[in-house]
Write a protein that binds this ligand. Structure first.
Ligand SMILES: NC(=O)c1ccc[n+]([C@@H]2O[C@H](COP(=O)([O-])OP(=O)(O)OC[C@H]3O[C@@H](n4cnc5c(N)ncnc54)[C@H](OP(=O)(O)O)[C@@H]3O)[C@@H](O)[C@H]2O)c1
Length: 286
């Protein structure tokens, strides 16, 4: 089995180190707060003298600044760094240059599961950067999740990751507003959950409510039919959602933002088209 050094032993890095150990790899660990390595050393990992130890460095820290602070001026000749920390695409591009200046190669990554999902079926990670470097270590990285390569530009892994997180966080926040709203009528969240699960399942499936597929086809064609359900009608309806939440004594930041966006698209002349026309306003910040 191969050798891997895990840098950053928060919930994610610790779960990654454990998963590599369970897969039979030789695991070395390093963390700014050294004591977080203790449970992993007890399970068979080796404590690194410094962060720039080994040939394959898997990094999982809060943000990219942590990589700069951890590695400092260390030379990285011949090393491949796979960074699974959060950042912006531009930060990742800058980081690729920083690693290259020190003689190393950076593979950027965004992992799409929480700690308990690492190494489980269905887990996947977006990778970008030099493909040959990823291919060299894909056999080791597959212990964590499916390896999904999205392109040479080092910023792409985070672009895909942020796109997924945007949908994840906004869907969950909408569910919290919805649960809070029906909660004001005494409905328990667990009693409401099956309705929310049903809607999300329908949006993801094929069929008349299969809007992810419907919208993606309309986005590609640039044609947004609104004969059966116009954007104007939906902008008015979204206004009613905001009023209902407000009347129920709830705060309305996110629903109001949605209403503003729909109303702007309507005012910009898209009211007779379908909801997909909102993308025209998204592409043109007001
Ligand atoms: N948790 C999740 O569900 C999840 C899911 C997908 C992706 N992610 C991403 O995975 C990454 C790690 O997640 P996590 O939950 O383990 O987060 P975390 O708790 O924020 O990560 C903490 C790790 O970052 C280190 N760190 C932070 N600032 C540092 C600095 N300036 N210098 C050196 N080390 C520093 C910490 O070291 P100390 O122990 O010394 O403080 C610790 O090892 C994040 O970028 C997160 O966005 C998380």
């Amino acid at each position: 089995m191969s050798e891997v050094t895990v840098i950053g032993l928060g919930p994610m890095g610790s779960a990654m180190a454990e998963t590599f150990l369970a897969a039979g790899h030789e695991v070395t660990v390093w963390n700014r707060t050294a004591s977080k390595a203790d449970p992993l050393v007890a399970k068979g990992a080796t404590r690194a003298a410094g962060p720039a130890t080994g040939e394959l460095l898997v990094i999982s820290q809060t943000a990219y600044q942590a990589m700069y602070e951890s590695l400092g001026e260390a030379r990285l000749d011949g090393k491949t760094l796979v960074n699974l920390s959060s950042g912006t695409p531009d930060e990742l591009r800058e980081a690729a240059g920083w690693v290259a200046e020190r003689g190393g190669t950076l593979v950027t990554a965004g992992i799409m599961v929480p700690p308990p999902g690492i190494g489980q079926p269905g887990a996947y990670t977006f990778y970008s950067g030099p493909k040959e470097a990823l291919d060299r270590y894909a056999g080791t990285l597959e212990a964590l999740s499916e390896v999904t390569y999205v392109g040479e530009d080092p910023g792409l892994a985070m672009m895909y990751y942020q796109a997924q997180l945007l949908m994840f966080w906004s869907s969950l926040t909408s569910f919290m507003y919805a649960a809070a709203l029906v909660g004001t009528a005494g409905v328990r969240p667990t009693a409401f959950a099956p309705l929310a699960q049903g809607l999300h399942g329908e949006l993801a499936a094929d069929g008349p409510m299969g809007y992810i597929k419907i919208l993606s086809e309309e986005l590609e064609s640039g044609v947004y039919p609104g004969d059966e359900n116009s954007l104007h009608m939906q902008a008015v309806g979204m206004g009613h959602v905001v009023e209902t939440l407000r009347a129920a004594g709830l705060e309305t930041t996110v629903p109001e933002a949605l209403h503003r966006l729909f109303a702007r698209a309507d005012a910009e002349g898209h009211g007779h088209e379908g909801i997909t026309a909102v993308v025209e306003s998204i592409r043109k910040p007001g």
